[in-house]
Design a binder for this molecule. Structure first.
Ligand code: GAL
Length: 418
């Protein structure tokens, strides 16, 4: 057959997959959504697929932030047995795309107008070499501070909006006998806190220069020394059992009134919602101290591995379609704590945190305050991210820590990973 005829045959075959599926297929989906709020959210996707007659094989690997899940995925892929779909996001989409594992979703993107319904940052991240190879699920804002208003009322301090306010309030809360900051000392959580402090100290432009452009003179320079100096101060306001704590256990400390605050992405809200907590009464959300003019984005997505069997390919297409369907975007994001990745969703059912997040997302996209998360794999490669995880965690956990040495060490570690 001539090339043109083959091209037409492929398009017709794939176009046939865009019609409502009649064949039952199987999708094995790797993800790390195992906390209360996360599991409740991913079950909505499972239900949607089963309603279409497909079999959902849940390949859940516990471990917030996904490091363990990615390790297992690499093992499965190297052994020639990847799952149908995997929660792969940010720069790792490029890394998997480059290896040639991923199915392209261009026909689906064309049919469902991804170019118009998705914001630029989401469109760009989902493409490798000009082809769509992943489908975005949501937009999480990382630079949030979650606070228990009852503790603040008891102590008589206000929820902080600047770094100075944070340390003043934290000291008063500590003196009153509460844990000021609930924190889990896992590398990804340490870097979530670090990047949020960096955003406050550096501002969005220098944050981009440091963690996207990897400007080593900035990273080794006095501004980053100040970031490490401020970051280290947070160590005085976490409890002694912070190391290794899971993020959702830290959230429970705020939820149950043992700790006053948590600095973490809005998947935290998914835990509050799952626990029946009420916004305003049990928790409040404010931009992390010093970052109200910025939005650190973390976009969850799924990539699809090349499969045999028309029914299994159909199931993959149906899964990708279901994820961006309006009827899924609303209930999923309400449960997950994120905002829809489609820009044409009515936010009336969403709470004020989500409405504030969406307006901040749109406003910062216009002003330059929209920045990619380092800790969640959006800003840079997994290799550079690993170097940052190591240096930042060692610094935060060390008995004594020298910010000048830390900045220099960070620059050297990043240079070695570039
Ligand atoms: C992030 C992920 C979020 C949330 C969080 C905690 O990397 O994008 O959806 O699950 O980890 O596990």
């Amino acid at each position: 057959m001539k090339l043109k005829q083959i091209g037409c045959a492929v398009s017709l075959a794939v176009a046939g997959m865009l019609s409502a599926s009649t064949q039952a297929g199987e999708v094995e989906v790797l993800h790390w959504w195992t906390s209360g709020g996360e599991a409740r959210s991913v079950s909505l996707l499972k239900q949607k697929m089963e309603a279409q007659g497909h079999q959902w094989k849940d390949f859940a690997i516990a471990g917030g932030g996904g490091d363990s899940a990615m390790t297992v995925l690499k093992t499965r892929a190297v052994s020639g047995n990847p799952p149908s779909a995997a929660q792969i996001k940010g720069h790792e989409i490029q890394e998997w795309g480059r290896l040639g594992f991923l199915t392209d979703l261009n026909v689906l993107a064309e049919a469902d107008h991804w170019q118009t319904i998705l914001p630029t940052v989401a469109r760009d991240i989902m493409q490798y070499d000009g082809n769509y190879v992943a489908v975005p699920v949501n937009i999480h804002r990382v630079n949030w501070l979650w606070a228990n208003p009852k503790i603040f009322a008891k102590v008589g301090v206000s929820v902080p909006t600047t770094l100075d306010d944070f340390f003043t309030a934290a000291e008063a809360i500590k003196q009153a006998g509460y844990i000021p900051l609930a924190h889990g000392g896992q590398p990804w959580q340490n870097v979530t806190l670090f990047e949020t402090v960096a955003l406050a100290v550096l501002g969005p432009q220098d944050y981009q220069r440091a963690f996207v452009d990897l400007d080593l003179s900035l990273i080794a320079g006095p501004k980053m020394v100040e970031v490490f100096t401020q970051f280290r101060r947070f160590r005085d306001y976490v409890d002694t059992d912070y190391r290794g704590r899971d993020w959702n256990d830290a959230t429970n400390m705020v939820s149950h009134g043992d700790a006053a605050m948590q600095i973490m992405g809005d998947w935290v809200k998914g835990e509050f919602v799952a626990d029946g907590k009420v916004l305003g009464r049990d928790y409040v959300c404010v931009p992390a101290p010093g970052t109200a003019n910025a939005f650190t984005y973390n976009i969850d997505s799924f990539a699809f591995f090349k499969r045999s069997g028309e029914d299994n390919k159909q199931a993959q297409y149906d899964l990708a379609r279901a994820i961006l369907d309006k009827s899924f975007q609303t209930p999923f994001n309400l449960s997950k704590g994120s905002i829809p990745v489609r820009m044409d969703i009515d936010l009336t059912p969403f709470d004020q945190c989500a409405k504030d997040a969406m307006s901040a997302f749109k406003q910062t996209a216009a002003t330059g305050g929209l920045v990619p998360s380092v800790s969640h794999g959006i800003a840079t490669t997994s290799y550079v991210q690993g170097a940052i995880f190591d240096v930042v965690s060692q610094f935060f956990n060390a008995k004594t820590a020298d910010p000048v040495k830390a900045a220099d060490k960070l620059a050297r570690a990043i240079k070695a990973a570039m």
